[in-house]
Ligand binder design. Structure first.
Ligand code: SAH
Length: 233
């Protein structure tokens, strides 16, 4: 199992103790979480569903989905973020939530077609072979189930906003968080999904206004974006 960049995992592990601090490096994840949660829940209705969160990190989305009464499994390959996620769930007394350190591809072998909903947010752009993760996510979802991805588009505007703007000008993220070459065009993500047997249903862009410090969803997928795919029933 080698679809991992050890340096990427180390970056997230180093910061793990600040994962739930809403003013930390993870502030953007805290701020976008209600938006993505609403979008996912609106399409896939989470209540009572078996949900897998791939690359869950410290569990911001996983725990929020569990609070919506989904039965959530969060997986990641970075041990410290997982430790933080487990501790936070324990302190918050969220019980329908459980975390495992396992590769997506390995879980796809172990539990094919096991989940109603698979989410994989802000993770594909940190992985050497994102298409393989997309294939594994598609294999993990039941027929009729939903797969959600979010990542960063690859074009000059995305370079300017997501790297220069977010890391160097506004300081929203630590320098070196993202590598431009790993950004993914929506057309590429759509092709990998289709080739994996899931169909693109919807997509949304995420905008940020540095003056108001607010995020919102829109039709503009030129920088940050989310897609929803469905496996035919
Ligand atoms: N999905 C979470 C965290 C995003 S940060 C959220 O949106 O709130 C990216 C996460 O991807 C980190 O936790 C990192 O450890 C994880 N990650 C990076 N490469 C990975 C891989 N190959 N397999 C599993 N997780 C990975």
């Amino acid at each position: 199992m080698s679809n991992v960049d050890a340096q990427e995992l180390a970056k997230f592990s180093e910061l793990a103790h600040r994962w739930w601090d809403p003013e930390s490096e993870f502030r953007p994840l805290h701020q976008i979480n209600p938006l993505r949660l609403e979008w996912i829940d609106g399409l896939a209705s989470l209540r009572g569903k078996q949900v897998l969160d791939v690359g869950c990190g410290g569990g911001i989305l996983a725990e929020a989905m569990a609070r919506r009464a989904a039965h959530v499994t969060g997986i990641d390959l970075a041990a410290r973020p997982l430790g933080v996620a487990r501790l936070h769930a324990l302190e918050a007394a969220v019980t329908n939530l459980d975390y495992r350190e396992i590769a997506t591809e390995a879980l796809a072998q172990e539990r094919p077609c096991a989940f109603d909903v698979v989410t994989c947010m802000e993770m594909l752009e940190h992985v050497p072979d994102p298409a393989a993760v997309v294939r594994a996510c598609a294999a993990l979802v039941k027929p009729g189930g939903w797969v959600f991805f979010s990542t960063l588009n690859r074009n000059p505007k995305a370079f300017l906003f997501a790297i220069i703007g977010a890391e160097y000008v506004l300081g929203l993220l630590p320098k070196g968080t993202h590598e431009y070459a790993r950004f993914i065009r929506p057309s590429e993500l759509a092709r990998w999904s289709r080739d994996s047997g899931v169909e693109l249903q919807a997509s949304r862009g995420m905008q940020y206004n540095p003056l108001t410090k607010r995020y919102w969803l829109s039709a503009d997928t030129s920088v940050n974006y989310l897609v929803a795919c469905r496996r035919p029933g």
